[in-house]
Ligand binder design. Structure first.
Ligand code: FE2
Length: 154
């Protein structure tokens, strides 16, 4: 890889997957990636331990996010679910590998930070954008069903 620059990804409307909880989670994940970049560039004495703290928080939060996403997509019968699951699995495996390398000292902070920021950017803009229309369509169906049901009860 050999990345020599940190990568910051700023959330904007084009990152919206059409679901408020998932959007919030994606925002938080990108914030954490950006905070890692801040730690790398900071000269303050606590920056290194803060970097490791955020790295851990990101790992935990990623797990929460994957679970929310998989549950939601499964609940709506999304046909691309298996591909999503596979991608989430690959991510966890890669991050585990990095953590193992870090334990034996083979650890490049900038490379790791840019990998994570780019991974999450691509996850949102490519993999997750694929279910945007699907989720918006389901929400529309649910609303029209609710309206129809209310009409029947009236
Ligand atoms: Fe996602």
């Amino acid at each position: 890889m050999g990345a020599d620059m940190t990568v910051r990804v700023l959330w904007n409307d084009e990152f919206s997957v059409g679901h408020i909880t998932l959007d919030h989670q994606h925002q938080q994940l990108l914030r954490q990636c950006n905070a890692l970049a801040d730690c790398i560039e900071s000269t303050s004495p606590g920056a290194d331990s803060r970097f490791h703290e955020i790295l851990y928080e990101l790992a935990v939060y990623a797990r929460t996010h994957f679970e929310t996403e998989e549950e939601l997509l499964a609940g709506h019968g999304y046909e691309g679910l298996e591909a999503q699951r596979q991608e989430h699995f690959e991510y966890r495996r890669t991050v585990m590998k990095i953590i193992c390398l870090a334990a034996v000292g083979e650890f490049h902070k900038i490379e790791l930070q840019s990998f994570l920021a780019c991974w999450w950017r691509d996850h949102i803009l490519e993999s997750d954008m694929a279910y945007r229309e699907f989720l918006l369509g389901s929400a529309r169906d649910e609303r029209s069903f609710a309206i129809r049901s209310r009409g029947e009860n009236a």
